[in-house]
Design a protein around this ligand. Structure first.
Ligand code: PTT
Ligand code: SF4
Length: 614
């Protein structure tokens, strides 16, 4: 095989420089694979090693990394995922996203584990990959198309079974929270990874692979895979999951007073029932999903304009309750527009909520009232085309609030520049910590601690909350993002983590324990923090704080009326978090922590920027 080890990984990275049109492959060794596994692990190591510190994320020097892991594309539950990462134009730090796509499977079958793209094409282009054949092709006829149209055209040209990753007009126009779409409903790369593609004039990547992925024991893998699917199907909750998928969370969030409402002012929405999973079931026409998944959760509905769209919790909460729209058909249309234009639904819902509040407070001249669907629809189009106020809003809420000034930073709902995803945290201090310490900015993907928190000690402030956040970050942000598999079988149906150890053994021949995987997860987390410190040029404790609104403006509705977060309690929790992570009081990794994780090579660089404590 590949490098100095035998199975699991292809051992090969495809590299494309769009300035020179140079296409090459690079082998990697087992040390790299075993230290970083794949996906997010590969991405951060490549970005740390190869980016010139301080570069502009939208310059040709930035690199786009698309990476899979050793289990991606194998016949085991929910293995069709891919990580898209880069230095983020939205936050200036490390950014990534994870999307389900046939492209993930095809990339592995084409013989690669990752693609690294740098440079900038002179004219719009796309990359076409079929096994060892790789070409950069003119995309003059694709530029300007929506993500749906672009994928369709590429399939007409290269075959209906290819995998396609594409940006829409938002990525082309460098909207700072443009993302990447696939299969008309799989989306990833919240921190502007679509804008990085746009800055390189790269419209899409089309992939077809015809090879077998070599594994240590194909028979074991086949049997374990089949057993896994059967086990998932037999779980309590499977049938309901197939009915509602993530949409069941609207009802849960409303019941628990955490549904983002009116720009995260409240945790309950008067019209929650109109946009919940049961309302969705009434308009659902079919179901779609990612490859190799038997939990398929993309709920396809017909929207207000009689077009098809897939609904998920985050999309509906952010384009529904958060902006006051209480009609699921209308929300669906906003969601579909975001998908077609390739703009992140969470950030765009957040930005629209911010604009509505700014309008209410008369800080902007435009009138955009809460719940005004038409105004929201228009705003999305203006943002995507960077017209009028859309140009400012395309920069995200952090930049918009800096421009608008007054006290607007208090209700600009972001952490480190990434807009908060769909959980209101007035009464969820551990979730606030999870947002504040997420390695890409305020995203729930690394630690969805809120479900544990509301069930256990909701109002307590104790070290176990910090420990739980770290534990979840290890599993979700470390293990699933580097194995590069969907985490939902584990979260939603309790599919035990031990399954993945068995899959790893059958695929790679290497025996991993959970502790081994935790060490890898910690290595990845610490390297991401080192990357941020290097790119930002320092670190302050305040960078790990949630938005001011949750401390300043108590809830005015629902069972927890009057509640808000307490600053001293949050500060205590953050200190415990730093202790558990082996970081100092300012959130900077200690030298001993870096050394224990084999990250000695970061020390010299970091010491030039910050004081490292022993
Ligand atoms: C993810 C974020 C999410 S998280 C949602 S809905 W969610 C939003 N989806 C968008 C969308 O759709 N269109 C759009 N234009 N923008 C969107 N932005 C939002 O992006 C998704 C599922 C979901 S649905 C979740 S939680 C899980 N996420 C996983 C993850 O992050 N990692 C992992 N290993 N497994 C995961 N499984 C689940 O995948 P970002 P998908 Mg997404 C239309 O990437 O940048 O992290 O943002 O991948 O294939 O669409 O599946 O209630
Ligand atoms: Fe994709 Fe949903 Fe299946 Fe996860 S559970 S792999 S998000 S279809």
């Amino acid at each position: 095989m590949n490098g100095d080890f035998m199975f699991g990984w292809n051992g090969k990275i495809l590299r494309v420089n769009l300035s020179s049109n140079k296409i090459s492959t690079q082998k990697f060794n087992s040390e790299f694979a075993l230290s970083f596994l794949g996906g997010r692990g590969f991405a951060v190591k490549i970005l740390w090693d190869e980016l010139t510190p301080g570069i502009d994320p939208l310059s040709p020097e930035n690199k786009l990394v698309l990476a899979t892991g050793p289990l991606t594309g194998l016949p085991i539950p929910s293995s069709g995922k891919i990580v898209a990462a880069s230095k983020s134009p939205l936050t200036g730090g490390y950014g990534d996203g994870n999307l389900g796509s046939i492209a993930a499977v095809e990339l592995r079958k084409a013989g690669y584990d990752a693609i690294v793209i740098d440079g900038k094409a002179e004219k719009p282009c796309y990359i076409n990959i079929e096994d060892d054949f790789v070409e950069v092709v003119s995309a003059d006829d694709l530029w300007g198309l929506t993500t749906f149209e672009c994928e369709k055209k590429l399939k007409q040209k290269h075959g209906k079974n290819i995998g396609v990753l594409t940006i829409g007009p938002a990525g082309e126009n460098l909207v700072k929270y443009a993302n990447i779409l696939s299969q008309e409903g799989r989306a990833g790369g919240r921190p502007g990874i679509g804008a990085v593609m746009g800055s390189k004039k790269l419209k899409a990547i089309a992939i077809r692979g015809n090879k077998d992925i070599s594994v240590a024991s194909a028979d074991d893998l086949k049997k374990l895979g089949a057993d896994g699917y059967t086990s998932i199907k037999s779980r309590e909750g499977y049938d309901f999951w197939r009915r509602q998928g993530t949409m069941m969370t609207i009802e849960w969030s409303q019941e628990n007073s955490v549904l983002p409402t009116y720009n995260f002012r409240e945790g309950v929405f008067d019209y929650a029932k109109n946009i919940d999973g049961y309302s969705m079931e009434k308009i659902k026409i079919s179901q779609r999903g990612c490859p190799y998944c038997n939990m398929i959760c993309g709920n396809v509905v017909r929207d207000f304009e009689d077009r098809q769209v897939e609904l998920d919790y985050e999309n509906v909460a952010m384009l529904g309750s958060n902006i006051g729209v209480g009609d699921l058909n209308l929300v669906s249309t906003l969601n579909r527009l975001a998908d077609e234009y390739g703009v992140d639904t969470i950030s765009v819902g957040n930005v629209i909520g911010f604009a509505m509040e700014a309008s209410e407070r008369k800080l902007i001249s435009e009138r955009v009232e809460w719940g005004d669907y038409k105004a929201a629809r228009e705003l999305i189009i203006k943002i995507v085309n960077r017209e009028d106020i859309g140009d400012l809003l395309a920069e995200g809420v952090k930049k918009a609030s800096e421009k608008i000034g007054v006290e607007s930073y208090e209700w600009a709902m972001h952490v480190k520049g990434l807009e908060v995803s769909a959980y209101n945290c007035h009464t969820a201090i551990a979730m606030a910590l999870a947002y504040a310490t997420s390695p890409i900015g305020a995203h729930h993907k690394d630690s969805w601690v809120i479900s544990w928190e509301v069930k256990t000690d909701r109002f307590g402030v104790n070290r176990s909350k910090a420990e739980k956040v770290v534990e979840l970050q290890r599993i979700r942000g470390g293990i699933f993002e580097s194995l590069t598999l969907c985490r939902l079988p584990w979260i939603e149906l309790g599919f035990e983590l031990e399954w993945y150890l068995k899959y790893l053994k059958a695929a790679t021949g290497v025996t991993f324990t959970m502790d081994d995987l935790y060490v890898i997860a910690d290595r990845i987390y610490n390297l991401i923090r080192a990357f941020w410190i290097r790119e930002i040029g320092g670190w302050r404790r305040e960078m790990d704080w949630p938005p001011q609104r949750w401390f300043n403006n108590p809830l005015t509705k629902g069972p927890f009326k009057g509640q808000k977060l307490d600053r001293d309690s949050y500060s205590k929790l953050l200190s415990w978090y730093y202790e558990v992570r082996g970081w100092d009081e300012n959130g900077i990794p200690r030298k001993t922590t870096l050394k224990q994780l084999g990250l000695d090579y970061t020390i010299e660089k970091l010491e030039k920027i910050v004081n490292l404590t022993p």
